[in-house]
Ligand binder design. Structure first.
Ligand SMILES: [Zn+2]
Length: 156
């Protein structure tokens, strides 16, 4: 249910495991074993986690922007992407800068012409660049930041 949020958090540099196939007890076991914070929209799972002393956060936001704002407020995380620490949204591996020459045969002609900086996931091989979608990413962070400021005002 939170797959999209998991991808955002990975891009923001956080180590995030995601599964929509594990049952509650598997999730709780992994969270405990790997010292992870369990993020969930399932209130029963959240309750079980708290009862078992697993660090957990119940995600209430309806939109990605609201969810990011909640997490920023709770965990004091920065609403931005730093490519030096960014992780592959698909597989959670930290991406590495890669030269334009190395991606020559691996991206579309238009992309190759228009961009100079590229990153590669060493695990799944996905190539990343700050393309047209980057404007949307920044817009999402801007809206999340506004939502965060409003949350702060309400909680004062
Ligand atoms: Zn990857």
């Amino acid at each position: 249910m939170l797959g999209k949020l998991a991808r955002w958090l990975r891009m923001m540099g956080h180590d995030v495991e995601y599964s929509n196939s594990m049952d509650d007890s598997e999730l709780l076991t992994i969270a405990t074993k790997d010292h992870r914070i369990l993020l969930t929209r399932d209130f029963d799972l959240y309750r079980h986690a708290v009862a078992k002393e697993v660090d957990a956060f119940y995600v209430e936001g309806q939109t990605e922007q609201e969810r990011l704002a909640e997490l920023a407020a709770r965990f004091d995380i920065r609403l931005e992407i730093d490519m030096a620490t960014s992780r592959c949204p698909k597989c959670n591996t930290q991406v590495k800068p890669v030269s334009k020459r190395e991606v020559a045969s691996r991206v579309e002609k238009n992309t190759f012409e228009h961009y100079t900086e590229f990153w590669e996931c060493p695990h799944c091989g996905q190539i990343y660049w700050q393309g047209a979608h980057w404007t949307k990413i920044k817009e999402t962070f801007r809206t999340a930041e506004q939502s965060l400021q409003e949350q702060k005002k309400r909680s004062v």
